[in-house]
Every structure is written in C-alpha cells, then in structure tokens.
Write a protein that binds this ligand. Structure first.
Ligand code: ADP
Length: 617
C-alpha cells in the first residue's frame, strides 16, 4: 500500500499536511531527518505512518510519560500495534507490553529516555528497528527552553543502533537550536524539514495588565463552555485567580507543583476529559496536556522568553480551529524574571546576556504595536507572511491588525514619546514609574509639590490620555530601550537611557500604540462553529452539541479523552455535512476505517436524529 492509501485508510485523511510526506519518505528510505513543525502541524503522523507500513519497529523516545498512554490509545484507534514502556505502568500492563514486544507484535513503541538508558532494551530491539523518532527534540539543547540532561545521554544508545533511521521532531526551534539538535542526537546528513512556524488559526492579543483578575475573567467569559488554560507566575497567583474564577461560576481548578499528586491528577484528568473547562496553572501544567480543543490560553503574566510563549500559547487550537492567545503584560514581569534567574547566585555573563535578550524580545512582542504573528514568526527566523506580501488587513488575527491596539502616526508617536521621556529626564531617575505617571497626568501630591515638580512644563501634559494609556506608553518605551527600570535598594526607579535622550533631541524613531481590549460578547457562537460557518458550511450548533455528548459518553466508557474518539474538527464537519450513510460518514476528515467501524453506527444514529444513549456496543 502507498503512504497515501495508508493515510486515508487508517486516519481518514486524503492529503498530507506540509512536509509530512517528505518526513515519511525519509523514514521509509532509511534517511535521518529533522522535522520542525508547529504545534498541531501533525508531527506524530510522521513516525506513526511508517509504523503502519509495517517495515519494522518504530521506537519513539518521548519525555512526556503522562501523555504516552493517550498517544498509545490514539495510535491504536488508527489500528496500530502500539505500546509504551515507562515507569508509570502498573501490573499486567507492563507484562502484556513486554509479551507483545517479545512476540514481535508491536510496531510502534513509546519509551521514556530514562527507560532506554537502562538495561539492554536497545540492543534487544536493534535488529528489528527501522526508525527511532526523538520527540520534543529541543530538550537535547542547552539553548532550548526545556533542557533535559538525560536527552544528552541518548547519543550513547543511538551509537549502538546504527542501522535505524533517526527522526528528531520539535515544534519550536530557532536555527541555533536546530543545529544543536543535529549535533547532539546526532543526526547523520539529515534532510531538514522545517515548516513555517506561524499558526494562522491562533488570534494573538497582548494587552497591558491593569486588573489581573478582572482581565482574566473577561477573557474566560468570552468563551462559555470552552476549554482554556490560564497561566500565572506564582502558586499564590494561581490560587487567587482560580478562586476568583470559581466564585464567578466558572468550572475550573488550580494546578501547580505545590499541590498534592491527587489534586493535580484530578485537575489534569478533568480537563483532558472535558469535565472541567479551565485550569489555572503555573508552567508546571502543559507538557502532559494533549487536549486538542483548547480554545484559549491566557498568560496572566509574561513568560520568560518567546520560546516559552510559543510553546505555552501553542497549546491552544491544536485541532486547527480558531483559538485565542492573550498575554497580559507589565514591565514588572521582566523584573521578576530577572530576580528569579539570579536568586541562586549571579549568572555567568553569557547567560546574563542571553536572559536580557530574551526578556527584551518577549517585552517587545507584548507591547510593540506591531503584528504579533510577524514578531513571533520572525523570531523563529522565518519571513512573514510565508507567501510574500502582506495585505492591508495584515494577519487579521492579532490585536494590532484587528485594530484593537491602534498605532499612533509616526510624528504623533515621536512627540508623545518625547513628553514621557522628558518627565523621566526632569525627575533625574530618582522616582518610580507611578510618580512619573502622576506627573504627566498632573496629579500633584505633597511630595511633588515639595519637589516643585508641579511647576515643570511636563506637569499634566498627558492629562487627556488617561492613566492606562500613559502606563502603556511607558512600558512601550521601556521595551524599546528609551526608558529603563533600575533597582535602587528597595524601589524600582524609572530612568531615561542614552537612547532616550537622543530621541528627545529628535534622533531615532519610536512606535507607540493605544490598546483597547475587546469586551466580552454574551451568547456568541462557540469559536469552532463560527470558523466552520465562515468557510461556507454552516454547522448545526444543536447537532454539534449532541455529537459532543455522544463523544463524551463513548470516551467515558472507554476511559480515554474525547479527542481520541474524534477531534472537534471532525464533529464540526459532521454537523455541517450531515452524512446519512456509513459511506458518507467515512468521507468526513478524521474518520478512518477503524473508527468508522467502531463508532460509525452510533454517530449516524445521532446524525439521523436519534438519541445518543446506549449506542456503543
Ligand atoms: P503536533 O504533534 O505536531 O502538535 P499532532 O500530531 O498532534 O500535531 O496532530 C495535530 C492534529 O492534526 C491531529 O488532530 C491530527 O489527527 C491532525 N492531522 C495530522 N495529519 C493530518 C492530515 N494529513 N490531515 C488532516 N489532519 C491531520
């Protein structure tokens, strides 16, 4: 059978996604490959399809033990003989997996790096292996954002397995990290299959943080009954935000490393099985989350780098349907990251420089009034848009291009920046941002009067703009290096930089914008359905909900997450196309032969107007 036939038969897809075919062909011809595709790009198929061709055993090294069982279930749904070996297997699961492996029945085997590093497993499998896939390959690089020492040691094992082709896969890698992956795994003369990093289905919004709880709630309200993740910086923030959401009637749970294992498992399970809409978490949550219909990710604080942001926000919309990523930013987030990084001692100069660069980049992403898709894409060394010239509407999928953050005209931006900067200059870097804001707004207190700052020309010069906007401009000037915040003992002080002084004299250019976050609209159609309607196929909302209920019931019976039965995108297509026969249902994207056989009758019955209870035999 050709790879195309296998794709249709097992997965129900008629065409390969970008670079999947090349990756599959490299594997089948025994060549090493580096596969860099964004989240949701379809990386797993690149190594699962060769396993389905049954040319030998495909070994997948993955650090995500929590995900392995779901990955195995998903692969089995496509009819693959898949198993996993890791430390969390219990009782008979383990002996069954080993028995199937010994009998040569397994074609796809997931292992943790730790498991592969001990004993003779690698040698035992050597003769049968046709492909070794290293998932989350950026973990091998010091330059990446999730370095794992055990990944470095894999090279010793691979040395003993020279015959199998190697495939390293990752979603986020700058060219530096890509080179490092090739050198460390190592890959031998690999084909480099680097996809475009943009995720067009994600709508990015970045706004200044003013009232964290209210702003988070506002986003959550915009997504009734949909799955979302809220990331916060500290455990305390997590607890506070989760309590606030719960009090507002949102189905949610907190998740952080300080909670006991049971609570964490319940939160994770509830979320993946769609019994819980929102998880509020520190970054400890996510590596093990594969729910494909996460419709929004809110960062209540800025993460440490754009790589982190791409990875964490990328958990939204894996199913390819529209999803929203909101970043609430304050310049103080950067100060916190600086503090945390140096908590255990001064960083070596090289790391310090890298940290500063990363903080500047995430700061720029958050506040520069520039297309956010463009900033992210260019960060990963790719041109934006991928095809060439951007039209006037821009990406139409970020706050800037949607007109929610309005950029000031060049001349206005310069004059406004000069006003803010002269206030900082006049106060000689001896006061905090709050004082300078009050000065610009013309709010004098005793201290200001004593200092005679209420006599300055800049006093009240930005009164009309209002506090939120003046603070936003200040942040924008900080990330563009015209202002800096310096820690002086107890207080952070605002100071003009040399570049800022030059700008005051008219040298240089500056960009400023005024953010106006969208307001929640009640009773709006869920995003997933709106997207389908835009594409010209109006999905029947009530039918979609009935299909969703059936899916949840089946998933519950089988003890797997709902997306393993069908993705939202498949349900949306069913609710739009309303297939009447098994053959028609089989045409829906994502309905492979095995799924059609197992679930076809149940879904058809609901599609034909029946009820969903008790349909799975
Ligand atoms: P990644 O690991 O790159 O984040 P996944 O392997 O989880 O992505 O795939 C993301 C989604 O895309 C899954 O729902 C998968 O079934 C779907 N998918 C993969 N390949 C195709 C294809 N050729 N056509 C349509 N959907 C696909």
């Amino acid at each position: 059978m050709t790879p195309e036939k296998v794709l249709k038969e097992r997965w129900g897809y008629s065409t390969f996604r970008t670079l999947q075919k090349e990756a599959v062909e490299a594997a089948l011809s025994g060549r090493d490959s580096l596969v860099v595709l964004p989240t949701g790009g379809g990386k797993s198929l690149c190594y699962q399809l060769p396993a389905a061709m049954e040319k030998g055993l495909v070994l997948v090294v993955s650090p995500l033990i929590a995900l392995m069982d779901d990955q195995v279930s998903a692969a089995r749904e496509a009819g693959l003989a898949a198993d996993a070996l890791h430390s969390n297997l219990v009782g008979s699961e383990k002996s069954d997996a080993y028995r199937r492996l010994e009998r040569g029945q397994t074609t796809l085997l997931y292992v943790s790096p730790e498991r592969l590093l001990v004993g003779d497993l690698a040698e035992d499998l050597a003769e049968r292996l046709c492909l070794i896939a290293v998932d989350e390959a950026h973990c091998v690089s010091h330059w990446g954002h999730e370095f794992r020492p055990e990944y470095r040691r894999l090279a010793e094992v691979f040395d003993r397995l020279p015959k199998a082709a190697r495939m390293a896969l990752t979603a986020t890698a700058t060219s530096e990290v890509q080179d490092d992956i090739v050198a460390q795994i190592p890959l031998r003369d690999p084909v480099r299959l680097v996809g475009h990093p943009d995720r067009p289905n994600l709508v990015y919004r970045a706004f200044p943080r003013r009232d964290q709880s209210a702003q988070v709630l506002e986003v959550v309200r915009r997504h009734p009954d949909e799955g979302g993740i809220v990331y916060a910086q500290t455990r305390k923030d997590v607890e506070r935000l989760a309590a606030g959401l719960a009090a507002a009637g949102v189905s949610c749970a907190p998740y952080h490393a300080g909670l006991n294992a049971d609570l964490r498992r319940t939160a994770q399970d509830g979320f993946v099985k769609e019994k819980l809409d929102v998880v509020v978490a520190t970054i400890a949550f996510g590596m093990g989350i594969d729910r494909s219909n996460v419709r929004y990710v809110v960062h209540a604080n800025a993460p440490r780098s754009l790589e982190h942001y791409q990875q964490e926000s990328g958990r939204a919309g894996r199913d390819g349907l529209e999803a929203e990523c909101v970043l609430l930013f304050s310049a103080s987030d950067l100060a916190t990251h600086r503090f945390l990084a140096q908590k255990d001692g001064t960083l070596p100069p090289e790391r310090q420089k890298a940290l500063e660069r990363q903080l500047r980049e995430i700061g720029r992403f958050a506040v520069a009034p520039l297309c956010r898709h463009r900033i992210l894409t260019e960060h990963f060394d790719a041109p934006y848009p991928s095809g060439g010239v951007q039209d006037e509407a821009g990406c139409a999928a970020c706050d800037v291009c949607l007109g929610e953050t309005k950029g000031l005209a060049e001349a206005d931006a310069l004059v406004t920046a000069q006003k803010v900067l002269s206030a900082a200059w006049r106060t000689n870097g001896r006061y905090g941002a709050g004082y300078v804001v009050n000065l610009l707004l013309g709010r004098a207190d005793d201290r200001m009067t004593r200092n005679a700052h209420d006599q300055l020309q800049v006093f009240g010069i930005l009164k009309e703009a209002g506090e939120a906007t003046v603070r936003a401009w200040m942040d924008q000037l900080i990330v563009q290096d015209y202002l800096e915040v310096v820690e002086d003992g107890l207080y952070p002080l605002l100071r003009i930089t040399e570049l800022g002084k030059l700008l005051c004299k008219g040298e240089g250019t500056v960009r400023l914008g005024v953010p106006a976050p969208p307001r929640a609209k009640k009773g709006k159609k869920p995003k997933a359905l709106r997207k389908a309607a835009d594409a010209g196929a109006p999905a029947d909302e009530a039918l979609f909900e009935r299909l969703r209920r059936l899916r949840r019931m089946i998933a519950d019976q089988l003890g797997v997450p709902p997306y393993i039965v069908f993705h939202d995108s498949a349900l949306v297509e069913m609710a739009a196309a309303k297939p009447r026969t098994l053959a028609e249902l089989g045409e829906v994207k994502g309905v492979g032969a095995k799924k059609l056989e197992r679930y076809g009758a149940a879904f058809l019955s609901v599609l034909n107007g029946g009820e969903s209870a008790g349909l799975l035999t």
